[in-house]
Design a protein around this ligand. Sequence first.
Ligand code: APR
Length: 255
Amino acid sequence: MNLTQARAALEAAPRVAVLTGAGISAESGIPTFRDAQTGHWERFRPQDLASPEAYQRDPQMVWAWYAGRYRDVLAAQTNPGHRLLVELERQKGAGFFLATQNVDGLHARAGSGTHGGRLIELHGNLMTARDEQTGQIVPLPAPDALQLPPLSPSGNRMRPNIVWFGEYLPEAALSAAQQAFQTADVALIIGTSGQVYPAAGLALEAMKAGATVIELNPNTTELTPLISFSLRETAGRGLALLLGREEEGGYAQHV
Ligand code: APR
């Protein structure tokens, strides 16, 4: 498959399912998950912070890490990759489904999920927290008004509303995503290393169901050998090429 064929398949597809990972927010200046940690967190592995055990051990430190990421994403801007996915949703309407592993809220901020399609944040988001007793989801106040650990309206301690390593994804969200990838005509896998399941498994569901699966990533991933067409491009430029917003030429391609 080549770019022209991939572009034609996407254009003709009534149902498009998209899986994004940290790579689509890299162009907004948000470090990807497996890049070296920046700043104060250099000596920690994210996996040692994003876990129920770490939170049990030191809730204050885990909250300090999430509060820092919350502040960073609020200061970030959406980028062309986020905006081109909104344009694709406008074209496909109810046939569009976006499952993101990202917790930065940038897809929602760009307007994904409000143009007839669906947006599912598989791993939660940094903008809300969860009452540890009742499970109530509460939006966080602005960073400078945030007390750590935050308390819910009922006065209970709240935890980050994030799916941690070792925890299960919300059942309804996962089955909606599986359904979308099993019935998609085209699946786009954008900016993910494909190392974390069940999210990465969505790409395999689409392949198994006979969809055309297109990967956008400057690097090859564990999924690349299984993909119909893998473009060695960033999310923004790869989507521009796929949507015919940029001329071909000068792009690397995984044959
Ligand atoms: N455009 C597209 N892809 C990019 C870009 C870019 N500009 N820059 C980097 N990438 C790619 C990298 O090549 C890498 O394959 O983004 C991917 C990021 O991979 P990870 O850092 O592993 O992030 P992700 O795949 O989203 O991690 C999945 O794992 O750590 C858990 O829950 C966490 O949601 C996260 C999940």
